[in-house]
Design a protein around this ligand. Sequence first.
Ligand SMILES: [Zn+2]
Length: 121
Amino acid sequence: VVVYISKKIHYKLHKNRATRLIKKRVGEIALLYGVKLRKIAIRNQKSRWGSCSKNGNLNFNYKLIFLAPELCDYVIVHEICHLIEFNHSARFWAQVAKTVPDYSIKRKVLRSVNLNKLGFQ
Ligand SMILES: [Zn+2]
């Protein structure tokens, strides 16, 4: 039997586990970079994996938990590096490369993921 559930219910079902797993990993990666964390929110975003606000709050898509762990890590590393460099300059990418040397491959793979369908297959 195939049960179809709404996007809203899917988010409700997975939010707590996503919050626990993502926050744990964010804490570990923040330690590697020696950055201080502010607010971390896990959201149901339609088209973003994560974001960093000007005042240093981080947002992550709950669907990160449905990605391969190394892709999830890349997204977290990316946002944490924005706490160091609030731009996409060469200096920013050099920070990313410290822990994800093959970040350009990971970016390419992520672009091929259908975020809308992820977690529903
Ligand atoms: Zn960015």
